[in-house]
Ligand binder design. Structure first.
Ligand code: NAP
Length: 289
């Protein structure tokens, strides 16, 4: 069993760290809002640490799952950040959805300091984290990946090395570009069907057996019909992710016309007060008209 640390016990990090504790790893956790770390320790055992550095000291593997690039920089490079305390030969596995640029920057900084950094964003949402069946797309050093893989697998059903530092984040960008196109299509189809007076529950039952099927249709179709969005992957996070995709597209020449348009739709959802609504709330702006 490994000595591990987990930084960021949010919707995703809380259950992911829980799987590591259940597997018997010796774990220290840090969360900015202390109450969440205390409730995690009450539920799973392990140790609470007052700073990311304190959690990371002496750990073989340090996991993080925070919000965005600045948050990741703060918990890794800040004065109390994990990088200040990581042991030589240790590995930092970051599950935040962030830019490829910050992944490369932290991988280079880690190498200078004698340890490794893997960018390892996830797909599968809150239920995937709770059930330990996330898909993890990893960028970074192959040897570090080989050492970290078995531990990551406690909360994942697929853990794949995609290439050098940044390749995990680039893969996640492809994922998000594909997802929002599907969600917008589903929103338009459901809105159209409701306006046409169709029994949309029956429509989805039928068409989900054909070429239109998707994870979004199977897991979000009915809740979109019912107008339920108080769960899942927040619009604020999706908009953050699409901003990352568009910035990368501006660098690599991908024009992303649909993604750009849908990013604007998410901005409208935020203006409607839906920043914390699930990203399937794209249908809301169609239903209000
Ligand atoms: N939710 C999903 O379905 C999902 C799916 C795939 C990927 N993701 C990605 O996973 C990451 C986390 O998502 P989440 O849903 O778990 O978010 P969340 O519930 O908002 O949790 C964010 C965590 O990061 C911590 N944090 C944020 N900024 C920080 C800072 N500057 N310093 C220290 N700690 C900081 C928060 O601490 P506090 O408790 O103090 O706020 C909290 O523990 C995001 O990058 C998101 O895009 C989420």
């Amino acid at each position: 069993m490994a000595k591990v640390a987990f930084i960021g016990l949010g919707v995703m990090g809380f259950p992911m760290a829980g799987h590591l504790a259940k597997a018997g790893h010796d774990i220290a956790v840090y969360n900015r809002t202390r109450a969440k770390a205390e409730s995690w320790v009450a539920k799973h055992g392990g140790r609470w640490a007052g700073t990311p550095a304190e959690a990371a000291a002496g750990a073989e593997l340090v996991f993080s799952c925070v919000g965005d690039d600045p948050d990741l920089r703060a918990v890794a490079l800040g004065p109390d950040g994990s990088f200040q305390a990581m042991a030589k030969g240790a590995i930092h596995v970051d599950h935040t959805t962030a830019s490829a640029a910050v992944a490369r920057e932290l991988a280079a900084e880690a190498e200078k300091r004698g340890f490794a950094f893997l960018d390892a964003p996830v797909s599968g949402g809150q239920s995937g984290a709770e059930n330990g069946v996330l898909t993890v797309m990893v960028g970074g050093d192959a040897q570090a990946f080989a050492r970290a893989r078995a531990v990551i697998s406690h909360f994942a059903r697929a853990v794949t090395l995609m290439g050098p530092a940044g390749a995990g984040q680039l893969t996640k960008m492809v994922n998000q570009i594909c997802v929002v196109g599907v969600v917008q299509g589903l929103a338009e189809g459901i809105d159209f069907g409701l306006r046409a007076g169709l029994d949309m529950k029956l429509v989805l039952e039928v068409i989900s057996k054909g070429a239109a099927t998707s994870w979004q249709m199977e897991n979000r179709g009915q809740t979109m019909i019912d107008g339920k969005f108080d769960f899942g992957f927040a619009t604020d996070w999706m908009r953050k992710d699409l901003g990352i995709c568009l910035a990368e597209g501006a660098k690599n020449g991908a024009s992303l016309p649909g993604t750009r348009m849908i990013e604007g739709f998410y901005r409208e959802i935020q203006a409607m007060g839906g920043g914390r609504w699930d990203s399937s709330a794209l249908i809301r702006r169609l239903r209000k008209a």
